[in-house]
Write a protein that binds this ligand. Sequence first.
Ligand SMILES: *[C@@H]1O[C@H](CO)[C@@H](O)[C@H](O)[C@H]1NC(C)=O
Ligand SMILES: *[C@@H]1O[C@H](CO)[C@@H](O)[C@H](O)[C@H]1NC(C)=O
Ligand SMILES: *[C@@H]1O[C@H](CO)[C@@H](O)[C@H](O)[C@H]1NC(C)=O
Ligand SMILES: *[C@@H]1O[C@H](CO)[C@@H](O)[C@H](O)[C@H]1NC(C)=O
Ligand SMILES: *[C@@H]1O[C@H](CO)[C@@H](O)[C@H](O)[C@H]1NC(C)=O
Length: 386
Amino acid sequence: MAANEALLLCSLLWIVSSAEGKEFTVTCLASEDCTLPCQFQSDGRGARIMWYKKKTIVSCTRYGNTSFVVGHNSPADKYKGRTGLYADQVLEGNATLLLRNVTPNDQGKYFCITMTAPRTDESGIISLVIKAPVREIDIDFSGDVVTCAAEGIFPAPTLTWSTDPPADAQLLQNKTKAQKNKYGFYDIQSSLRLTGNITTNHTYVCSITSDSNRKTAFLKASVLASAGSSVKISCSLPRTVPQSFNVTWRFRRSHPIVSISVVDQRSQAKVWDQWKPRVITNFSASGGLHLHSLKSEHQGAYTCEVNTPEEMYVTWTDVTVTEESKTFTYIMVIAGLSYFLFLSYVTLGILGYRIRQLESARRQEEQTDGTSVSLTEAVNSEVTEE
Ligand SMILES: *[C@@H]1O[C@H](CO)[C@@H](O)[C@H](O)[C@H]1NC(C)=O
Ligand SMILES: *[C@@H]1O[C@H](CO)[C@@H](O)[C@H](O)[C@H]1NC(C)=O
Ligand SMILES: *[C@@H]1O[C@H](CO)[C@@H](O)[C@H](O)[C@H]1NC(C)=O
Ligand SMILES: *[C@@H]1O[C@H](CO)[C@@H](O)[C@H](O)[C@H]1NC(C)=O
Ligand SMILES: *[C@@H]1O[C@H](CO)[C@@H](O)[C@H](O)[C@H]1NC(C)=O
């Protein structure tokens, strides 16, 4: 019953109100706390504060003379748990509304009605404008398509592509899609299909612009074949290197390898455990990534992401590992061949030796035979001589 009464009271008051007068604008950043100001003449003996967005009750609260809320608060569902008044200031005539976690859906015209025992006041129209700048821009690459995306922007952003060095616009086919999510934010995504052989030695540049800021992502792709199991991958830094920035190296776009944080030109690096055995760790942000002991499972895309407040640079390197196992097989084959040759040589040697042995044995035998013959002859001759 109390709730019904409250609703009735709040609604009735809305009907009483005509909410005309001066209008002013309040701009708030999405997802942050937002305050809508409203002042009234307070006699310090209690007040009823009502906030509306058109006909919708945003907040409807009664204060006693001790600064505590004694009344009701019956906002529309979408405002439940997101509103508040500055309780200690209400009886001083400050009915400023706090609105938390604002989204584009909160954008619109608000007004406040204040009631004290002697009078009812009505604020002018407060036009709430929400802005959600581009926070993170993401750029990705897969063979012949570069994609660029950002989320949660308001009002609707625009996206543009370019390349460095400039490429024939006919070689760049882009498809851009912006969608509104249920809170009113825009998610934008664009893909650029690369035709012709412009994949290498071009930097793809995607800029997403909202009415409050712009973020630009750069992607440079290249292919690298490792010589053996170690490789040195380079990373493009912005032309003018900022004082502070972050570099993250990743494997296959998701698994982090190393992150380097540069603050006022002093850098600090963190190597992920899994990669510790493969990373040669004498980093400078510009020195690239030096890996060793790579196996075939380490073949794939390595990316270096450099983040500055307005820009993101991605260097995409497809690494082919000339397999350790291949070199190994090669060595094994050579070793096998050598062994075979060695064995053959030894066998031949032994055979030769044996043959020579046999031969000399035969010769010796022949000689012995010869002597025996002559002996017999000698004997015979002796016999015959007798
Ligand atoms: C608050 O109001 C009550 C009744 O209206 C009154 O008795 C009391 O003195 C008031 N207290 C203050 C601090 O004004
Ligand atoms: C009303 O209260 C809010 C919140 O404390 C404060 O920011 C604002 O300055 C106050 N307004 C006036 C006129 O005192
Ligand atoms: C992207 O596509 C739109 C329309 O399809 C076109 O107007 C625009 O020039 C294209 N931009 C680039 C950089 O190719
Ligand atoms: C890319 O640039 C490098 C150095 O600037 C050059 O050596 C290489 O030949 C270029 N590759 C192509 C495909 O143009
Ligand atoms: C670098 O990363 C740290 C930790 O994630 C973050 O607090 C900082 O803002 C980043 N700096 C830049 C320039 O993006």
